[in-house]
Design a protein. Sequence first.
Length: 416
Amino acid sequence: MTKPLDGIRIIDFTHVQAGPACTQLLAWFGADVIKVERPGSGDVTRNQLRDIPDADALYFTMLNSNKKSLTLDTKKPEGKEVLEKLIRESDVLVENFGPGALDRMGFSWERLNELNPKMIVASVKGFSDGHHYDDLKVYENVAQCAGGAASTTGFWDGPPTISAAALGDSNTGMHLAIGILTALLGRDKTGKGQKVAVSMQDSVLNLCRVKLRDQQRLERVGYLEEYPQYPHGEFSDVVPRGGNAGGGGQPGWVLKCKGWETDPNAYIYFTIQGHAWEPICKALGKPEWIDDPAYKTAEARQPHIFEIFKTIEGWLADKTKFEAVDILRKFDIPCAPVLTMKELANDPSLRASGTIVEVQHKKRGSYLTVGSPIKFSDLKPEVTASPLLGEHTEEVLASLGYSKQDIFNLREVKAV
Ligand code: COA
């Protein structure tokens, strides 16, 4: 089956998570992704948090499927020469080195554009070019703090909190993938490549858009009616942490279900959507609330929203999270069980849809990974194992015209 990105060759000069998540996605959709790694060591995640001695760590395998691995020392003249050849024959170069590393290697945007004017050069950095922090190296949690996620996540009486979701890393990689695809479409029209840059701070902030909405509402009216602080608590002049409150106009909370005393995940998320008030009252066996003026409108409910949640928890006390959702779904109430990683890993629907995939790896045996979250009617992305370090070095060099003797010579000087 031909895939949409067949024929697009990508030099994957990425490491850790933000860059690899981007190129992995493009590889699933058919791009020929060649991961360039330092000989002998490779991407640092090959060794990080290993669970099997001498086998690539899951951190690496789960972010580098469907790729080829070329080892190349791009600081050696012989390695630079190989990279230049590869650049001339590729469509995209993706990198997420620390600030200035590519320039120091001798591959500035100007140089890359000179070598291949059609090439798209895509970068992830912690902060955007020209930002007063643009010299900083950045990891996930740093980005969550810099992008507004940490100050708005957690409980009002606790410290700023980091989300487990990779808002700084994989999210930035997804933004970069959109940028690359846009630049590829642009190139079809203009014949020219361009530089695509995404910062982790910007990508986090993009997902915190509603919090910037709230900052402006707060400055105008002095309170935020959907936050737990309203109407009984105090607001300062910055958006507070709202615990588990719903971020839109629908009040919601994480509620205890049967077994919460011993199971830390025996909870559901329950949303009181305006039009669902009547079905909620019916589901809870509280038909008298339907027309009671103290409950009838969202505005009337807000002052005692936590009493309402308490009543719902009373109703949930003899139901597991799954039983509760099975009842509530019949009443068209937006809700879900709080699912653990174990439950997700074994979820038959996620297995069937290809969102959780089992992959065979030469050294590890089989492992689980998250497959494409994007589903197409005419493409079924197949997830293959991540490459061993340097697994495709000879293949890639041969495709660039290097003979066996040339490859031997490159190995002698430890350039590959
Ligand atoms: N051959 C030779 N040298 C290589 C090489 C290769 N194949 N691949 C990388 N290098 C060199 C780089 O040129 C750089 O050298 P220099 O600093 O002497 O110029 C060096 O390896 C290290 O690069 P760097 O990216 O700075 O690594 P680091 O481990 O110090 O920092 C990060 C890691 C993630 C903090 C940093 O890369 C960064 O801030 N990246 C941008 C933001 C980002 O993506 N962060 C999230 C990652 S999930």
